[in-house]
Write a protein that binds this ligand. Structure first.
Ligand code: UDP
Ligand code: MG
Length: 314
């Protein structure tokens, strides 16, 4: 029988896990003809998440878990899930039921009968989300569409069902700074998009602060576009051209009218402007350099503290 692995990144999800397990089981019950495996990745939770997962594992042998030595972030958790999952098909979904497991049969159908390699989901509304957050999210996707060659879809969730081949391709991208929404697009294959209305969290609260999301979006931009570097260079060239015209103007003016000393305020403005621009460009450069630095260190993406999956089981 073919096996579906369901990867669930969990960070402080003790409240919602029992609900998730129940709902997931209900859906798994509907899909006879498939074996299931649930890979819970405990991303260094500080609450009882690991205990809850261990209890589930004691009752149900389909429940597998991997527990990190600290919080490594959702991207690392998903990567660990891909590494440990042994299914013929692999699904990633959030623990908070914002990615409805009930969509799974439909997704499976698209892979089986319509010949897709992966089925992705996007939410068409952002109902229940803070307005400012939605606004910035939308700006981010619009910007990404302009400056990146890889397709990154607005409202795309990480919720996805993939074939083994697709997952193996993802695993072959071993970069440290992972931005899955881009990686999914980068590996290619045929992807079907399913749309659904935003669902609010079943319990607990969101783990993403505005700040964390902002840093994550910068990661996305740096990982999938070199446009900021080009913009910096073009701005530099424009400034030089402007300065050149200005120099000509001043030389001509001095030759014709002499040189009364004036213009101190305007000079300060120009100095501040160019100084600021230089710092900005160095900052952009530094961002790429920092990412490269982290990448060449070649550190592992996650560290597993304990797990009930034996290495040779994978
Ligand atoms: N998550 C994680 N590590 C983190 C932050 C989040 O594994 O550092 C998991 C979290 O447990 C959840 C999923 O990622 O299963 C999505 O997080 P959340 O629901 O808080 O994000 P939101 O839906 O609000 O964007
Ligand atoms: Mg959520």
């Amino acid at each position: 029988m073919e096996k579906i692995s369901v990867i669930v990144p969990c960070y402080n999800e003790e409240e919602v896990l029992p609900l998730f397990y129940e709902e997931m089981n209900r859906v798994a019950g509907l899909m006879d003809g498939y074996d299931f495996e649930y890979v819970f990745v405990d991303d260094g939770s500080r609450d009882a998440t690991l205990c809850v997962v261990k209890e589930l594992a004691a009752r149900d042998q389909r429940v597998k878990y991997v527990s990190f030595s600290r919080n490594f972030g959702k991207e690392a958790a998903m990567f660990a899930g891909f590494t440990y999952a042994s299914g013929d098909y692999v699904a990633v979904m959030d623990a908070d039921l914002q990615d409805p497991p009930a969509l799974l049969p439909e997704m499976m159908d698209a892979i089986k009968n319509e010949g897709y390699d992966s089925v992705a989901t996007r939410r068409v509304t952002r109902k229940g989300e803070p307005v400012i957050r939605s606004f910035f999210a939308r700006c981010f996707y619009r910007l990404m569409r302009r400056i990146s060659k890889t397709e990154i879809v607005d409202g795309a969730r990480d919720y996805r069902l993939m074939t083994r081949q697709f997952v193996d391709s993802l695993l072959s991208l071993s970069e440290y700074n992972r931005f899955s929404k881009g990686l999914y697009g980068w590996v290619g294959y045929r992807t079907k998009w399913i749309e659904f209305e935003n669902v609010e969290r079943a319990a607990g609260e969101t783990k993403w602060s505005f700040w964390k999301l902002l840093l994550y979006s910068i990661e996305g931009i740096v990982a999938f576009s070199a446009a900021p570097l080009a913009i910096a260079a073009v701005t530099g060239i424009l400034c030089c051209l402007l300065a050149f015209v200005f120099i000509l103007f001043i030389v001509v003016r001095t030759l014709m009218f002499g040189d009364p000393v004036a213009g101190w305020p305007s000079m300060i403005c120009v100095i501040l402007l160019t100084g600021g621009l230089q710092l900005l460009c160095i900052g952009i450069l530094g961002e790429y350099l920092a990412k490269t630095y982290l990448e060449v260190k070649n550190r592992p993406i996650f560290i597993c503290k304990e797990s009930n999956i034996r290495e040779n089981d994978r």
